[in-house]
Design a protein. Sequence first.
Length: 84
Amino acid sequence: MFFSGTLCRAIEQAAKARTSRTLRMISGASHDAQMLSRVCPTAMVFVPSRDGVSHHPAEFTPAAELALGAQVLADALWQQANNP
């Protein structure tokens, strides 16, 4: 599965506007994006978890990181909606 280059760039641009910590990465995670990519452009926003642990009971992401990820998503969506 491949994500939309346009959406990935929008997310990256939004992240760089909010923080100096950005990383483009390859992930095995697909979630709903795998199905949605068949009918519309998709991308994902990842936020750091303590010790890199995800999809496990020990997973923890500080509220500030979750809020930043949500704001990056909102910024990228706003940019796409207003600059199609």
